[in-house]
Design a protein around this ligand. Sequence first.
Ligand SMILES: Nc1ncnc2c1ncn2[C@@H]1O[C@H](COP(=O)(O)OP(=O)(O)O)[C@@H](O)[C@H]1O
Ligand SMILES: [Mg+2]
Length: 257
Amino acid sequence: MKIAITGKGGVGKTTLSGVLARLFANDGFNVLAVDADPDANLASSIGISEEKFQKIVPFSKMKELAKKRTAAEDGYGSLFILNPKVDDLPDEYCVEHKGVKLLAMGTIDQGGSGCVCPENTLIKRLMQELLVNRDDVVIMDMEAGIEHLGRGTAESVDALIVVVEPGRRSMQTANQIKGLAKDIGIKKVFIVASKVQDEKDLTFIKDNLNGFEFLGFVSLSSAVKKADIEGVSPIDIGGEVINEISLIKEQLIAKLN
Ligand SMILES: Nc1ncnc2c1ncn2[C@@H]1O[C@H](COP(=O)(O)OP(=O)(O)O)[C@@H](O)[C@H]1O
Ligand SMILES: [Mg+2]
């Protein structure tokens, strides 16, 4: 199962991604959590310590590795391999915690559509490897966009979850993302409502779905804030939000099978 999570900044994408990854791992799945947000912080919501987090080098910074794999030492000319070997990289460069393997992508240099620098090529191939070739549960935490997905990988994403909070701005972002998702061929796009305080919040979101399928909700929770302050995963603190995210996981399994 390949899940990509996106939405406006600050809505709760990373919180949902980290907890979902841990819950799938608890169920015995092989889980790859992919941090595809340049402002990478998925590690902490998985429960990876600050010390271990500091050791993670995103693939976008592995210039030497990218050069080696794409054999581009002599400039970006004739000997550039567009299809480098990457199948060993997920296991080699992940950080593992409680059954979740975390990989950090880093920033994809957009630099015009024709940019084929080694790092971009490596990341693109790696995304393909993770989404198309592997059978693990892949949970990808993205920024407010879907730049890491393109033709060839987007079709392998089983579901894009757009996280929104009660309010019009994150819903507007969701609508923009829906347009992009359709363009690149993502099959299923769900909404998860985050930071929900009461029934009224939930009704507001459900009344403004605009063609999205509703997947579930996460309440505004002091336990999530506490986890963030203490540098642990919300799952290690527990509480109602974990039940809510478990329901989201069950819905995913039910709707995607
Ligand atoms: N359900 C929630 N209840 C309370 N605070 C939350 C909740 N979800 C996220 N937060 C807090 O909101 C902030 C942004 O959350 P985060 O998951 O990093 O969002 P994003 O990845 O979308 O930017 C963090 O401080 C986080 O602890
Ligand atoms: Mg985030």
